[in-house]
Ligand binder design. Structure first.
Ligand code: SAH
Length: 210
């Protein structure tokens, strides 16, 4: 299993797919097997998504690393994630950023994320239950906002809760396919860049798919 993990890291490094060595270190530090169901442990470092229950999935490692690369995390960042799921992505971000908030709309998954993060001894993440399409105003403003669920468009509250110069990374499109987008807030307005196509589980809630 550890060999498969190292192979992924080497692959990303050799292809220059990941240039931030802190991201590679973060992937090395967090045990993905602790965030997926026991019967899937063997598959922890296959580059595929894995089911985490309630019809939801943890994204494939390459997708997660790609998103985190776009997010350009810094130690001082306050980050909001929408879609805690298993807590794995939040665990990776917490290796770099010291304040991570992760919203989850399914209470059982929020409980799972909390339990997984506790087991992994990661204390920098606050999992909050609720509709993250509204952001999480209680801890705003954020340096970075990342969505791990497919968005019909970027919800207005996320833009409001983002600091000047802050970055949003999210898959945006219809339910079948989305483009990864990165938005930077300059003078109160977002400037977007689009990247590859992906398929994420849908964002629910007020600004999600219904
Ligand atoms: N980041 C997770 C994977 C998330 S899958 C991980 O690393 O495991 C997407 C998650 O988004 C699902 O758990 C789903 O329940 C959640 N979700 C969907 N709509 C949401 C919303 N409006 N607010 C918060 N979470 C939402």
């Amino acid at each position: 299993m550890l060999q498969a993990k190292q192979q992924l890291i080497d692959y990303w490094r050799e292809r220059k797919f990941v240039t931030d060595s802190r991201l590679l270190a973060a992937f090395g530090q967090v045990a993905r097997e602790q965030f997926i169901p026991p019967q899937e442990h063997e598959l922890a470092y296959q580059d595929t998504p894995q089911p985490i229950g309630f019809g939801q999935t943890i994204s494939q490692p390459t997708t997660i690393i790609f998103m985190l690369g776009l997010l350009q995390l810094k130690t001082s960042d306050k980050v909001l994630e929408i879609g805690a799921g298993s807590g794995y992505n939040a665990a990776l971000m917490a290796q770099i950023a010291k304040q991570v908030y992760s919203a989850e709309i399914i209470p059982e998954l929020a409980a799972l994320a909390k339990a997984n993060l506790e087991k992994a001894k990661i204390a920098e993440v606050r999992v909050v239950i609720g509709d993250g399409s509204l952001g999480y105003p209680e801890a705003a403003p954020y340096d970075k906002i990342v969505a791990t669920a497919a968005c019909p468009k970027i919800p207005e509250p996320w833009i409001e809760q983002l600091k000047e110069g802050g970055i949003i990374v999210a898959p945006v499109g219809d339910q079948a396919s989305q483009r990864m987008i990165r938005g930077v807030k300059r003078q109160g307005r977002m400037r977007y860049q689009s990247f590859d196509y992906f398929t994420f589980v849908p964002l629910r809630g007020k600004y999600g798919f219904n």
